[in-house]
Every structure is written in structure tokens, then in C-alpha cells.
Design a protein around this ligand. Structure first.
Ligand code: NAD
Length: 439
């Protein structure tokens, strides 16, 4: 047998390009989970599989030091990241997370899931994500503003309306997007509303953006429920995370007649057999910052959340919540992933064997980036649409994308996650092939 010629620079044989250790899947953090998801799709990519390694390497990783003056006169340093996973289909796009557990592995995985998600709903973006390892609840408003502005300045070399467009994620909101937009604009010398999405409506934000992710979760959930003969009205729902995504999704399901029986957030787990009063719970969270202490409910131990008798489960907090350790306890018939990466590949297998339908993050929570795309388009044309038009366009894109994925899953007898990866990765790798390699 003839030996493949060895590369004189890397000393590797042709076809042998091992990932650097920090990119390998034996790091079973979120990036490891993502790599396993990619491995499951490669056999379905046909001739495009030759480009698949592109999916396993982020295009660009920026780690920044974010030093700020604290109110007490000391100087604090925070570690921040911006990762552009893939920009073959357009500028990078993805949120910014402020959380004490943010790591580079997490931001890399989140950026990759953005590439897949943006391609799944066919908006003209690549994937990116950012974050700072910080508990923002421990900062004063002034400290939060200074940290946001310094971070924006530090990542300013790679973001821009045509390069990479951040948006809100966990613990970031319209105000933080306003500070990011202002900082970038001050640094570049002109107002650049299109550099971030999820801004306040008075600053070039879009109507319907705040509710868009939750609305998308509801839309695909209702479509899937129809396919499996599950009636939303009267169904029992459990929601983990009651912020932007979980709160809005819970409200829309309750409006459609579902009983939201259990809610868990960072402050605890509450339960009411007859269904929680969702508008009252949303007011309680707005006032107290958590579902903890909500009067009209029983308190459950956090771990008991996974045993709750429900038809639909919406994880809408953080990644790696549904694992091999709890997947067999879940009673729901359908899981709608509002959060990014809430289910590990091992849990996916257990749920498949138990016939639990999982609507994966990369399609289920794509409503937010879809309306972010509308916001960016409106900013470029300085012409703003009304909310009815925005919601109608959002619902159409989500329904069409979901129908496409559902058909692929049926035809190829794969999970909805693998089906979404098939649709999206083919789009990404097709543009990679068309563009070719430079030089
Ligand atoms: P958010 O900050 O508005 O809410 C986060 C929620 O998670 C809060 O209720 C918080 O209490 C809860 N939480 C935090 N730690 C928890 C823990 N250990 N256990 C249980 N609950 C916990 O954030 P969000 O924007 O609603 O984002 C939630 C998820 O949805 C994230 O995975 C995010 O990446 C994803 N997502 C958000 C958007 C968006 O448009 N905001 C879009 C797509 C996906």
C-alpha cells in the first residue's frame, strides 16, 4: 500500500489534520457537545463532507482583558471573549452573555450554534458570540456601564454592521445594547445603529424583538404539537428559566390555554398543580428578580423539577441542563429548547429511545435572530415596519423553516437536531465551496 505524502511543514500525512487540543471533543464542555453533534451530521453531507472540518474550527477567537474602575476606587479586571465561528454566509451574528460561568469553550459552542441556527432559518449571517465572565448582579449600574463600554472598545476591532453584529443574551438587555452602540459609534465617529440588535426601539431597535425568541419557541412548539397530536390547550408545561425567552414563551403558551405548572430559575423552583398565574408571576419576577418567594405556589427542591408531571418541557436557562443523569426522569412528550445547548448528546440518545420529541435550539430559539435580522435591515434602510408585519414575517419564517426540517427528519429517519444540522451545514458548506479558499 502506498503511503500518503507527508506535509513537510506539519509533518502530517494527507488527510491527517488533528484538531488542536483546545478544540477536541474530549473536553466535554459545550464545545465538546457541539463537536459530537457535527460528527452525527457528517455522514449525511454527501460531497460537501470534504469541507466539514471548517465547522470544527472557529474562524476567529478574541480574548480581551476588560479593566474598569470600581466604585470603591479599586481596579477590577474581567475576562471577555468574542468568537466568530463562521462568516461564509455573511457577517458574524450572535449575542453577548454576562455570567460568572462564561468560558471560552462555552462562547465557542454558542458561536457555532449561531452559525447553524442562522443557516437553518436562512438569514444571511455567519455565527458569532461574545461574553464576559462576571456576575453582573454584583456590579453597580455605573460599573456595569463602564465594563460594557470597555468590552465594546476591546472587541471593536472585529465587530461592525458589516462584520459582526452582537445582540442580547443571558443578563444583557436593551440598555446594554444602547451602551454598546454608543461606544462603537463614538469610536468610529458616526452613529452606527446597525452594529448591534436588540436595541431600544427609540434607538433603531425593532418592535417585536424583545418577544421574538419566545414567540418563535411558541410557534415551532405549536407546529410540532400538531404533528404529534398534542393539544396545547389544557397541556401541562414546565419552564426552566423565566427571563426573556422562558417568560415570553410561558406567557404565549398560557395564552393558548396551557397550564404552566412548574417554573425554575436561579432563585428556586415553584409548582402549582392547577397552573401558575403567569401574568402575576411575570410581575413578581420584574419586581424581585426571581420566581423565588412567589406567593401562590408550592416550593419544590430544585432537583425535583425534572420529575414534574408535564407534557411539554421548555429549558430556557443555560446549557447542559438535561444530561444522562436526569433525561430518564423527564415526563414530557416534547422538549422545546429555548436555551442554547441545554441537552447533552448522551441525553439526546436517552430521550430518543424514550420517544420524547426534542425541538432543538438551532431551530426552536431562532426567532430572536430572525427579528434581529429584521432590525438590521430596518436600520440600513431607516424605514421601520409595524409590529403586525414583523410578527407575521417571523411566524412565516419559523413555520417554513420548521416544515423543511421536519420533512428531512422524516425522509432520512434522523432526529430533528440532526435534520436541522443537515439543512444548515449544507448551506454553510455550499457557500464555503462557492467562495473557495483564498489564496
Ligand atoms: P435572561 O437573562 O433573560 O434569563 C435567564 C433565565 O435563566 C433567568 O430566569 C435566570 O434566573 C435563569 N437561570 C440562570 N441560571 C439558572 C440556573 N442555574 N438554574 C435555573 N435557572 C437559571 O436570558 P435569556 O435571554 O432568556 O436567555 C436564556 C437562554 O436562551 C440562554 O441559553 C440564551 O443563550 C438563549 N437564547 C436567548 C435569546 C434571546 O433573544 N435572548 C435567543 C436565543 C437563545
Amino acid at each position: 500500500m502506498s503511503q500518503a505524502p507527508s506535509n513537510p511543514i506539519t509533518n502530517l500525512s494527507a488527510g491527517e489534520h488533528p484538531l488542536p487540543s483546545y478544540l477536541q471533543s474530549d473536553n466535554l464542555g459545550p464545545w465538546g457537545n457541539y463537536l459530537q453533534q457535527v460528527d452525527r451530521v457528517i455522514p449525511h453531507l454527501g460531497s460537501l463532507a470534504r469541507w466539514a472540518e471548517t465547522l470544527k474550527r472557529p474562524k476567529r477567537v478574541l480574548i480581551v482583558d476588560v479593566p474598569i474602575h470600581m466604585d470603591d476606587g479599586t481596579v477590577a479586571h474581567f475576562e471577555g471573549y468574542r468568537v466568530q465561528h463562521n462568516v461564509s454566509r455573511g457577517p458574524g451574528k450572535g449575542g453577548v452573555r454576562f455570567h460568572q460561568d462564561v468560558t471560552l469553550s462555552e462562547v465557542m459552542a454558542l458561536s457555532a450554534w449561531m452559525s447553524v441556527k442562522n443557516a437553518a432559518v436562512n438569514v444571511p449571517y455567519g455565527g458569532a458570540k461574545g461574553g464576559i465572565r462576571v456576575d453582573p448582579k454584583k456590579l453597580s449600574r455605573g460599573e456595569l456601564e463602564r465594563m460594557t463600554r470597555r468590552y465594546t472598545s476591546e472587541i471593536g476591532i472585529i465587530i461592525g454592521p458589516n462584520k459582526d453584529i452582537p445582540a442580547p443574551d443571558v443578563n444583557t438587555n436593551e440598555q446594554i445594547m444602547a451602551w454598546m452602540m454608543d461606544t462603537y459609534s463614538m469610536n468610529t465617529g458616526s452613529t452606527a445603529t446597525g452594529v448591534v440588535t436588540g436595541k431600544p426601539v427609540d434607538l433603531g431597535g425593532s418592535l417585536g424583538r424583545r418577544e421574538a425568541t419566545g414567540r418563535g419557541v411558541y410557534t415551532v412548539g405549536a407546529e410540532a404539537a400538531r404533528h404529534i397530536g398534542l393539544e396545547i390547550s389544557g397541556s401541562r408545561l414546565a419552564v426552566q428559566g423565566f427571563g426573556n425567552v422562558g417568560g415570553v414563551a410561558g406567557k404565549l403558551f398560557a395564552d393558548a390555554g396551557a397550564l404552566v405548572v412548574a417554573v425554575q430559575d436561579h432563585g428556586g423552583t415553584i409548582y402549582r398543580e392547577a397552573g401558575l398565574d403567569v401574568p402575576a408571576l411575570l410581575r413578581h419576577v420584574a419586581e424581585h428578580g426571581s420566581v423565588g418567594g412567589f406567593p401562590q405556589a408550592e416550593v419544590l427542591a430544585n432537583d425535583s423539577f425534572w420529575d414534574v408531571d408535564c407534557d411539554i418541557l421548555i429549558p430556557a436557562a443555560l446549557e447542559q441542563q438535561i444530561t444522562a443523569a436526569n433525561a430518564h426522569r423527564i415526563k414530557a412528550r416534547m422538549i422545546i429548547e429555548g436555551a442554547n445547548g441545554p441537552t447533552t448528546p448522551a441525553a439526546d440518545d436517552i430521550l430518543r429511545d424514550r420517544n420524547v420529541l426534542v425541538l432543538p435550539d438551532v431551530i426552536a430559539n431562532a426567532g430572536g435572530v430572525t427579528v434581529s435580522y429584521f432590525e438590521w435591515v430596518q436600520d440600513f434602510s431607516s424605514f421601520f415596519w409595524d409590529e403586525e408585519e414583523i410578527n407575521a414575517r417571523l411566524v412565516k419564517i419559523m413555520k417554513d423553516a420548521f416544515a423543511g426540517v421536519w420533512n428531512v427528519a422524516q425522509e432520512q429517519k434522523v432526529s430533528l437536531r440532526t435534520a436541522t444540522f443537515i439543512v444548515a451545514c449544507k448551506r454553510i458548506l455550499h457557500t464555503r465551496e462557492l467562495r473557495g479558499l483564498y489564496p
